[in-house]
Design a protein around this ligand. Structure first.
Ligand SMILES: [Zn+2]
Length: 83
């Protein structure tokens, strides 16, 4: 999986243009990361009334409420990656 060339404000909806793309949550302090299905992230944002498919990909990192399983810090980044 490679990061897609999207600008900082690109919305989650951008995933629809890249088949198989995933939302990657990356720890800024260690190497821990995990990917998620973008459509599932959109569903969860809508269910919690926190956003929708127009929410910026980079903003997802700020909604993460738990510390990194690798280093226990909260220094999240989020980006769209594709095969
Ligand atoms: Zn970490």
């Amino acid at each position: 999986m490679r990061p897609l060339p999207l600008d900082q404000g690109a919305p989650l909806a951008a995933h629809e243009r890249y088949p198989g793309s995933r939302l990657e949550l990356v720890c800024g302090s260690c190497t821990w990361s995990r990917t998620y299905r973008p459509a599932r992230i959109v569903e969860r944002l809508q269910a919690r009334r926190l956003g929708d498919r127009q929410t910026a990909i980079a903003a997802i990192a700020h909604l993460v409420q738990w510390p990194c399983p690798g280093c226990r810090r909260m220094r999240w980044g989020s980006r769209l990656v594709a095969p």
